[in-house]
Design a protein around this ligand. Structure first.
Ligand SMILES: [Zn+2]
Length: 303
């Protein structure tokens, strides 16, 4: 069943108590296993108050289009599922709220702003909490945003998203003594000019990011990578994507909380120009299902 229908059926059955957060900006489905999946970048509900200037086709290149469809079987297997319905270009849930690009604002930001030069590199690429530039380096706005406007996006999108991810991981960890959080993304076949620090890079089939073993036990990351390699895919670790805010914030392998970023190459399942699914979609989805089933049978404390 589609996650939204499942959510509606949960409401019909009076099971709201099992769903921690309700928001028009996210879709959250409670789990019953140690597994939590989230998709922060696949949202396509473009809000009326966005006020962007660039064309929609360009704006849509920011999406991890269709990632929610690749994993839509996961809730039936008992994994918790959290999905942003708002677009990444409106607010990037995989950023901290301190990653503010003040050049985009018409007044100073009243709260602390990031000072770490490594983190600031993303803001300089135009990819802070609120994006200034597309992956091709073109401006998203022809105006400056107000502080109140950005604060409203944080309240409506960032806060419910992070509350739901945290609650799902806490619930999984409470039930089972460990949690495995897969932070699900997709990447273009070739990196655009302003997407990463590696423009023009040809990406592997999968890139697994555990922030150099600090957000997931590296043995677990290897188990995921070896499963994918066994299916015939090419896998890279931590390059060019090592994992960002959602795995940094919730991963704590010493406490048996594992958060792994999984980037899948869009060429495997879609046409990057038309955004249509291609013939690779169903085989890829079947393979991802075997990965989820493998993880459901794996206790990382025994690795
Ligand atoms: Zn993404």
């Amino acid at each position: 069943m589609h996650p939204v229908l499942q959510l509606l059926s949960a409401r019909a059955a009076g099971r709201w108590a099992t769903i921690p957060f309700m928001s028009f900006a996210i879709n959250a489905i409670a789990g019953r296993t140690p597994l939590v999946l989230d998709s922060p970048h696949s949202g396509v509900d473009y809000p009326d108050d966005f006020g962007h200037a660039c064309d929609m086709p360009l704006l849509r290149t920011a999406e991890d289009t269709h990632v929610e469809k690749l994993y839509d079987f996961a809730p039936q297997l008992g994994a918790a599922w959290i999905e942003a319905l708002f677009p990444r270009s409106y607010l990037d849930a995989n950023r901290n709220t301190t990653e503010i690009d003040e050049s985009l604002l018409d007044e100073p930001w009243p709260d602390p702003v990031e000072t770490d030069p490594v983190v600031l590199a993303k803001v300089r690429l135009g990819k802070g909490l609120i994006w200034r530039l597309t992956d091709d380096g073109l401006p998203i706005y022809k105006r400056q945003l107000s502080v109140a406007e950005v604060q409203a996006r944080i309240d409506r999108c960032w806060k419910p998203y992070h509350q739901a991810v945290r609650a799902a991981i806490d619930a999984a960890h409470d039930r089972h003594g460990y949690s495995i959080h897969l932070n699900c993304h997709s990447m273009p076949a070739v990196a655009s000019s302003h997407a990463t620090g590696n423009p023009g890079m040809v990406h592997a089939d999968f890139v697994l990011g555990d922030r150099e073993g600090t957000s997931t036990d590296p043995r677990l990351s290897r188990a995921v990578g070896e499963h994918l390699q066994g299916l015939g895919y090419g896998v890279s670790y931590n390059h060019p994507y090592k994992g960002v805010e959602l795995v940094r914030r919730y991963g704590d392998p010493a406490r048996h909380r594992h958060s792994l970023q999984i980037e899948v190459n869009r060429k495997l399942y879609m046409d990057e120009q038309t955004l249509e699914l291609n013939e690779g979609f169903q085989p890829l989805k079947r393979d991802l299902r075997t990965l989820i089933e493998r993880l459901l049978g794996l206790d990382p404390r025994e690795l």
